[in-house]
Every structure is written in C-alpha cells, then in structure tokens.
Write a protein that binds this ligand. Structure first.
Ligand SMILES: Nc1ncnc2c1ncn2[C@@H]1O[C@H](COP(=O)(O)OP(=O)(O)OP(=O)(O)O)[C@@H](O)[C@H]1O
Length: 252
C-alpha cells in the first residue's frame, strides 16, 4: 500500500549489544519531497536512527515502513533495494580512484548498463562538479566536492530516501553552505532526505521538517521554520536566541 510517507520509523527501540537502549520509543516520518532533519545534543541517538533505517542496526522493537510497506527486520541489502541509501558520517570516497569509478561503485547492484548510463547522466546534471571532474582522481577534489561525489554515488540506485549523516562535518563554512545547497537540489530532483547534523541551525534552515532528539526520543518536531523561531529550543539546542530571518535566506 502506497503512503504519503516514504519512510516511517514508528516506536523504535534500539541499542548496541547489552548496553542500555539508545532509542526509546522514537517515531520519525519522512514525507515525499521533503528534507527532514534530526538535531539534538551529542549522544542523543541521531546517527543510530540512520543506522536503524539502513539496516546496520536491527531495532529491538518498533516498525519500519518504506512507502507503506513493512520492512522491519530487513538487512542492509534489502533496505537498499527498498529505496534507502545511507551516506555515512566522515569521508568515504576512494581518493586514489577517479570520480567516475567512485560514483559507479554506487551502481554495483544494477545489471542493466543502459540504466547505469542513465543514472550517471542524472547525477552529472545534478552535481556539476561530478560532471566536470568525472575523470579526475577523487583525492584531487576539495572536501566539499568529495561530499558531492558521495551524494552522487548514493543516488545511483534511485533511492526513495537518502540518509545523510553529518554531511557538513569537517568542512569550512563555504563548502558546508554548498553541501546544504546540494541537499536542496537532491530534494528538488525528487529524492527525500533524512539529515543528521551537528549544525542544528543550518540544518533547520535547510530542512522542511525538524525533529529535536533528546535521550533517544523525539523531544519536539514540526516545520523547521517554526522550530527555528522557538525561543526555548534556540536557547537549549541552537546556541542562542532565534534570528528574525534565516542567515542564508536563499536556501528557503
Ligand atoms: N557502535 C556502537 N557501540 C556501542 N555504543 C554505541 C555505538 N554507536 C553509538 N553508541 C552509543 O549510542 C549513543 C548514541 O550515539 P549516536 O552516535 O547515535 O548519537 P548522536 O546523536 O548521533 O551523537 P553525535 O552528535 O555525537 O554524533 C551514544 O551513547 C553512543 O556512545
């Protein structure tokens, strides 16, 4: 059964080994055509949500649905096939390989050559750096450009939802701004995004919906623009009082 929500994580409990639960009854939904961001303090469980969504960590209880279909208990390969593509925290390009080789790694599950060529054309259109530096060694690109290569690789399988873990980590402000613009471009090209970010204010300025996590639960969620204007949230999680307008208005 199709659903307005491409991804639903409902009442999820999850943790690592015998340690205490990290996620304690968490519910997050990603509607089609949207960027949803998870923000919250260190250790709140943000990355763990993405690991559950991509099958790297099996939930102890709760339900995962993709486009209305129950995929609870699926492993990483099955969730990838169901439409969830995970861009891990940190840098995962192979620097000694070309941009082309890095991007095509994302197509390793696709047999049809015409389909691979079509997807390569799509990601080159979406990320001009990928097109312009297609034959260059990935290690010769800047950190922000390498992130675009990772995004392009994740889109080769035509995911319904891309899971992005701290894409701005380690980047200078200008490169980080460019990465957030690429997130918007991905959304506008039809891929929903579940985004985890340390930079909560920038993430909320980029996202359509926000979820503030604390102690493994959703503390508050709603339209990102409204969360940005909430004085209490600003004090607690965003490092200061709300600004009257987004600091990067071109993104909204
Ligand atoms: N592989 C692991 N094994 C054991 N515990 C882990 C593992 N990964 C994370 N944890 C624990 O789970 C909790 C939540 O971690 P998680 O990385 O999901 O938080 P986060 O909100 O993404 O934090 P940060 O903003 O610091 O990245 C932390 O207490 C962390 O120590």
């Amino acid at each position: 059964m199709a659903s307005d929500h491409l991804l639903e994580l409902v009442d999820i409990e999850a943790g690592y080994g015998r340690a205490a639960l990290v996620l304690r009854g968490l519910t997050v939904r990603v509607p089609a055509g949207s960027v949803v961001c998870l923000v919250g303090p260190n250790g709140a469980g943000k990355s763990t949500v993405l690991k559950v969504a991509s099958g790297m960590l099996a939930p102890r209880s709760g339900t995962i649905r993709v486009n209305g279909e129950d995929v609870t208990g699926f492993g990483p390969q099955q969730l990838l096939a169901a439409g969830l593509s995970h861009v891990l925290q940190g840098h995962s390009v192979f620097k000694e390989m070309t941009v082309e080789e890095n991007v095509l790694l994302g197509a390793y599950t696709i047999r049809d050559r015409a389909r691979i060529a079509e997807r390569a054309g799509f990601v080159k259109d979406l990320f001009p750096v990928v097109r312009d530096r297609w034959k260059a060694l990935a290690g010769a690109l800047s950190g922000g450009q390498q992130k675009q290569v990772e995004f392009a690789r994740s889109l080769m399988v035509s995911p319904r939802v891309v899971l992005l873990d701290e894409p701005s980590m380690g980047l200078d402000p200008r490169s980080a701004a460019s990465v957030f613009e690429q997130v918007i471009r991905m959304r506008d090209a039809g891929t929903a995004v579940l985004l985890v970010e340390q930079n909560a204010r920038r993430a909320l300025e980029t996202a359509d919906l926000g979820c503030v996590l604390d102690l493994g639960r959703v503390h508050i969620d709603g339209p990102a623009a409204e969360l940005l204007q909430d004085p209490q949230l600003a004090e607690l999680y965003l490092g200061g009082r709300p600004t009257t307008a987004p600091s990067h208005p071109h993104l909204k």
